[in-house]
Design a protein around this ligand. Structure first.
Ligand SMILES: *Cc1c(COP(=O)(O)O)cnc(C)c1O
Length: 235
C-alpha cells in the first residue's frame, strides 16, 4: 500500500516537473510520517524512501531510536514541527535537518547543543510568507538578516527556506504564495554571501499543493497523507 502510494507521489512530482520544464532530480520527496509508526516508516524505507519528516519531537525521538539501524543505510530525519526552547536539545541530538528555525535564539541553542561528533545540522529558515496570524516563521522582510546570522553559527549549515502557507484549494493562490517564497530564496542567494556555501533548498508543498509548489520552484515537497494515508490521531 505505502509502496504504491509512494510510486504515485513520485509520478505526480515527475509530471509536475515536466509541466514546469524542471529537472525531476531537483525536487526531493520528504515523506511526512508524523502519527504513523515505525512500521510505516520501515515500509516506505523498503520502497526506497530515505528522507522522513516529523512534527512532534517526542514521538519522533521514539521512532528514531527504533529505526536507528537504518541510519547507516541512509535514513534521514527532518524536523518540520515547531521547536520550543525546551525541545531544542532533542532536535540537535537526533535529527539531520530542522526546517522550522525562525528565531536566532533557537538557532543558537541548536548550534550549542549539536554534538561535536555529528555532522552539521542542516537548517531551513521558516518564513511566514502569507502573513498568517498566530503563525510560526520569520517575516519576509527579516528573513535575509536571520539567514545570515544563523549561517555564522557552528554546527549548523543553512540550506534554504521553508514555508507553510494557509491551505488554499485554488491553484492560482497556491502558486502565488509559493512564488513569493521562491523569490525570496533567489534574492537571498543572489547576495552571494560566502557563509551560504550550500544555499539550495526550498521546502514547500504538501499533499494538497504539491503541483503548484513544484511549478513555483520547490526543491523539497513535504508529503504526508498522499504517502501514508489519512492521519487518524493527533498526539
Ligand atoms: C503534516 C505536515 C505536512 C504534510 O501534510 P500532508 O497534507 O499530509 O501532506 C507537511 N509539512 C508540515 C509542516 C506538516 O506539518
Amino acid at each position: 500500500m505505502i509502496a504504491q502510494r509512494l510510486m504515485a507521489v513520485r509520478e505526480q512530482i515527475a509530471q509536475a516537473c515536466v509541466r514546469a520544464s524542471r529537472d525531476t532530480d531537483r525536487v526531493q520527496l520528504l515523506a511526512v510520517s508524523k502519527t504513523f509508526g515505525a512500521d510505516a516508516v520501515q515500509a516506505a524505507f523498503d520502497a526506497g524512501q530515505r528522507a522522513f519528516g516529523e512534527n512532534y519531537i517526542q514521538e519522533a525521538v521514539e521512532k528514531i531510536g527504533l529505526l536507528a539501524h537504518l541510519r547507516a543505510q541512509g535514513l534521514q530525519w527532518h524536523c518540520i514541527g515547531p521547536i520550543q526552547s525546551n525541545k531544542s536539545r532533542l532536535v540537535a541530538e537526533h535529527f539531520d535537518w530542522a526546517h522550522t528555525v525562525d528565531r536566532l535564539k533557537i538557532a543558537e541553542r541548536l548550534s550549542a547543543q549539536r554534538p561535536p561528533g555529528m555532522p552539521a545540522l542542516q537548517v531551513c529558515i521558516q518564513v511566514n510568507v502569507d502573513d498568517g496570524a498566530n503563525k510560526s516563521g520569520v517575516a519576509p522582510a527579516e528573513a535575509a538578516a536571520l539567514v545570515r546570522a544563523v549561517a555564522a553559527l557552528k554546527g549548523l549549515c543553512v540550506r534554504g527556506l521553508m514555508s507553510l502557507p494557509e491551505p488554499s484549494r485554488d491553484y492560482a493562490g497556491q502558486l502565488d504564495v509559493h512564488r513569493r517564497t521562491r523569490n525570496l530564496f533567489d534574492q537571498i542567494g543572489a547576495q552571494r554571501w560566502p557563509e551560504l556555501s550550500q544555499w539550495d533548498t526550498v521546502s514547500m508543498g504538501m499533499s494538497q499543493d504539491l503541483d503548484a509548489a513544484v511549478a513555483a520552484g520547490s526543491t523539497m515537497v513535504r508529503v504526508g497523507t498522499a504517502v501514508f494515508g489519512q492521519r487518524l490521531v493527533n498526539p
